[in-house]
Ligand binder design. Structure first.
Ligand code: F6P
Length: 321
């Protein structure tokens, strides 16, 4: 059985990462493993910036957003020199396996390290929900709920002034957050990268149609992959006569205490990762599919594709008019 493992968080942080770290540390300690907490993602691995964790190192973190191990996106780790430094650190510390919590960029690093003889298990942690092999990524639920709460606030003021709120939400190149929050907030239009749009038809005409049934305030959700909300607000005002305001929600979407769902899924995934590593099984991605926790080969996982549910999009259009 593997005796020493490390855990790191990499890429954009996501609420629930702490719950995953907690599960890894607790499950590892229960098996008698030495568990290193590696700071700032792969940077900490290259620079040997880590500390030994114990059962109490992860007390009172299940409820906290962010990551107690800090996170980073590392370009040096992609170089031959960076990779050798990381492997050197693992050898020096006796690290025989790693848990990497992050997005698909972090998975590539885990794959490369696995290829060089350090078994890695990756856990999907990103608010974007954009990992092909997974129905769900840690942080998505919290972010979706944060967006909903923020848009509810914006809606209060839009309603008071008969305005149109044009809100940009995160998601990198994927529209999961835009679609889900658009449905949850009853947005009149939702613009996401997976569905080609025509601004006149999909925004202006829809607004005009709802105006005929006496609707006077509106919410439009726009994925950051499309952007341009300031311009859109100007165009809406000019073409519909409805005063419009643009809001870019920004990093508020990535912070905050994780929801129950994120804490539970993160705990399950962290636990599962350690059960794989204890047998020396690496080069795996832990995934959730149809509410079940499974794992896939990282190569296979990186080639799998997932996309937003277009039926949900169609439904949203029909009922938010
Ligand atoms: O991947 C998470 C995410 O928040 C994306 O939604 C967004 O595009 C990106 O990270 C922002 O990155 P940064 O925090 O580096 O600006």
């Amino acid at each position: 059985m593997i005796k020493t493992i490390g855990v790191l968080t990499s890429g954009g942080d996501a609420p629930g990462m702490n719950a995953a770290i907690r599960a890894v540390v607790r499950a590892g300690c229960e098996l008698g493993m030495k568990v290193y907490g590696i700071r700032r993602g792969y940077n900490g691995l290259m620079e040997d910036d880590m500390y030994e964790m114990n059962l109490r190192s992860v007390s009172d973190i299940i409820n906290r957003g962010g990551t107690i191990l800090y996170s980073a996106r590392s370009s040096r780790f992609k170089t031959e020199e960076g990779m050798s430094d990381a492997i050197e650190t693992c050898k020096r510390r006796g690290i025989e396996g790693l848990v990497v919590i992050g997005g698909d960029g972090s998975f590539r690093g885990a794959r490369d390290l696995s290829l060089r003889g350090i078994p890695c298990v990756a856990i999907p942690g990103t608010i974007d929900n954009d990992i092909g092999c997974c129905d769900y990524t840690i942080g998505y639920d919290t972010s979706m709920n944060t967006i909903m709460q923020m848009v509810d606030r914006i809606r209060d003021t839009a309603e008071s002034h008969d305005r149109c709120a044009v809100v940009e939400v995160m998601g990198r190149g994927a529209g999961y957050l835009a679609l889900s929050s658009g449905i949850a907030c009853g947005a009149t239009s939702i613009l996401l990268p997976e569905v080609p749009y025509d601004f006149d038809r999909d925004v202006i005409e829809r607004m005009k149609r709802t105006q005929k049934s006496n609707k006077v305030h509106f919410v439009i959700i726009v994925s950051e992959a499309i952007g341009g909300v300031e311009e859109m607000a100007k165009r809406i005002q000019a073409e519909t006569g409805v005063e419009a305001r643009a809001t870019i929600l920004g990093h508020v979407q990535r912070g905050g205490s994780p929801t129950a769902k994120d804490r539970i899924v993160a705990s399950q995934m962290g636990y599962h990762a350690v059960q794989l590593l204890k047998e020396g099984i690496g080069n795996r991605v832990v995934a959730m599919q149809k509410e079940k926790i499974l794992d896939f080969d990282i190569f296979e996982a990186l080639s799998m594709k997932n996309t937003v549910d277009l039926d949900m999009y169609k439904m949203a259009l029909e009922i938010s008019i």
